[in-house]
Design a protein around this ligand. Structure first.
Ligand SMILES: CC(=O)N[C@H]1[C@@H](OP(=O)(O)OP(=O)(O)OC[C@H]2O[C@@H](n3ccc(=O)[nH]c3=O)[C@H](O)[C@@H]2O)O[C@H](CO)[C@@H](O)[C@@H]1O
Ligand SMILES: C=C(OP(=O)(O)O)C(=O)O
Length: 426
């Protein structure tokens, strides 16, 4: 199992390019199943989750080609299987995203239940209820969701809770349904608008994606398309927090500042001088220690839960007391005990983490427990005195493209220690 060895103390300086967004590329890859012609995607990041999604599409019979530059061509015609098996779903929950496209286009889908994960129970009842409302027969047995439908029928879907992948699954299914679908209380994450833009490029008729009300006129067929995946706002935000924590100055290029308003606001509150251009964000914290900030995670456009662990790391070394409230997932503070092992003064009370900033952290061997927790620990390692070894970085590899190379490029002392066969544990 690979690890990261980080020697703390270097301020991050320079420019770094944002990769394509994992959470946009995954639903877009799933949506290629709806097409009856070839799809060419660019800016697809090289990530473990993307490999898993490609393996899943390949196993169903899709023909795939990938170039080193991040282009992927998918020829989805002539699928031979409509199953998302447990061994793939257990390594990546986003496999659930093939459910809507398969049942809409092929009338059948057998998708393993994802089960709980490190950050919470994460049920998929909204995906199932929505497909039933669109006319699918859905049963759950032997750990699999089995959905069948001759042709889905448009319907008014009122989402009981805001769900990102739930909204995406139902939007994809409705794109090929008979008639109009209205999704109310839809998630408003930018990745949903990106998916809708891609579906529209294939011939779908979707309006309102990115707002709480999405209107979809079902069409008979969807064709091939070319599409560029949007930049990763969470990766961008992670580098900016790194700059703030290390007293550095970093410009993230080829990103989308308009998707990061809540994060930029908190970085400014923390004392960062933030400048924004059409496709870049620069944060300058030279000569200053960050101030603690209060964080309250909530669906977009509020502060994203996927940036919470990184801001816990920032608060750990900031001046003052910051209270972090996690409202999306019930178990997303697993980075806290690891930060405590590095000397952080953070107390968790239910869904609150009360962080008293300390003057400095000390290096320790720490263990990553999930994707963003790993990112928080890497950031902590950048400022800790001594050598921090972050174990189980297969979590990090799910969602950060060449993170150590990008951080090295910004002046960090960080090295991947290869652990042999690279087998990943979910
Ligand atoms: C691949 C992807 O895009 N992942 C993102 C997506 O996950 P994901 O789409 O899985 O997260 P959701 O938006 O669905 O989850 C939000 C909340 O709703 C609950 N819920 C969800 C569905 C459901 O059927 N029933 C239910 O109760 C969840 O347990 C959670 O408490 O949005 C999360 C919230 O922004 C992000 O952290 C993830 O990075
Ligand atoms: C929680 C995340 O991803 P997933 O929903 O794929 O587990 C994430 O990207 O932080």
């Amino acid at each position: 199992m690979d690890k990261l060895l980080i020697t703390g103390g270097q301020a991050l300086q320079g420019r770094v390019r944002a990769s394509g967004a994992k959470n946009a590329a995954l639903p877009i890859l799933a949506a290629t199943l709806l097409a009856d012609g070839p799809v060419r995607l660019t800016n697809v990041p090289h990530l473990r989750d993307i490999n898993t999604m490609l393996a899943l599409l390949g196993r169903m019979g899709a023909r795939l080609e990938r170039t080193a530059e991040g282009a992927v061509t998918v020829q989805p015609a002539a699928l031979t299987s409509f199953v998302a098996p447990y061994e793939l779903v257990k390594t990546m929950r986003a496999s659930i995203l093939v459910l809507g496209p398969l049942v809409a286009r092929y009338g059948q889908a057998d998708v393993s239940l994802p089960g709980g994960c490190a950050i919470g129970a994460r049920p998929v009842n909204l995906h199932i209820d929505g497909l039933r409302a669109l006319g699918a027969e859905v049963s759950v047995d032997s750990g699999y969701i089995r959905a069948r439908a001759k042709r889905l029928k448009g319907a008014r879907l009122v989402m009981e809770m805001v769900s990102v992948t739930g909204t995406e699954n139902l939007m994809m299914a409705a794109a090929l349904a008979d008639g109009e679908t209205l999704i109310e209380n839809a998630a408003r994450e930018p990745e949903i608008a990106d998916l809708a833009d891609f579906l529209n490029a294939m011939g779908a008729r979707i309006q309102g994606a990115g707002t709480a009300e999405i209107r979809i006129q079902g069409v008979e067929r969807l064709g091939g398309a070319e599409y560029r995946v949007m930049p990763d706002r969470i990766e961008s935000g992670t580098f900016l927090v790194g700059a703030a924590m290390t007293g550095g100055c970093v410009r993230v290029e080829e990103t989308r500042p308009d998707c990061l308003d809540a994060v930029i606001q908190k970085l400014r509150e923390a004392g960062g001088a933030v400048e924004v251009g059409p496709d870049w964000i620069e944060l300058d914290m030279r000569g200053r220690r960050p101030r603690s900030v209060d964080i309250h995670t909530a669906p977009h456009p509020a502060f994203p839960t996927d940036m919470q662990a990184q801001f816990c790391a920032l608060n750990a070394i900031a001046e003052g007391v910051g209270v972090v409230t996690e409202t999306i997932f019930e178990n997303r503070f697993m980075h806290v005990p690891e930060l405590q092992r590095m000397g952080a003064d953070i107390r968790v009370e239910g869904n609150l983490a009360v962080c008293h900033g300390v003057g400095g952290l000390t290096a320790a061997p720490v263990m990553a427990t999930d994707l963003r927790a790993s990112a928080g620990l890497v950031l902590a390692g950048l400022v800790a005195a001594g050598e921090t070894m972050v174990d189980r970085i297969y979590h990090l590899d799910r969602g950060y493209e060449t993170m150590e190379a990008k951080l090295s490029g910004l002046g960090a002392s960080i090295e991947r220690i290869s652990g042999g066969n690279g087998t990943a544990t979910p």
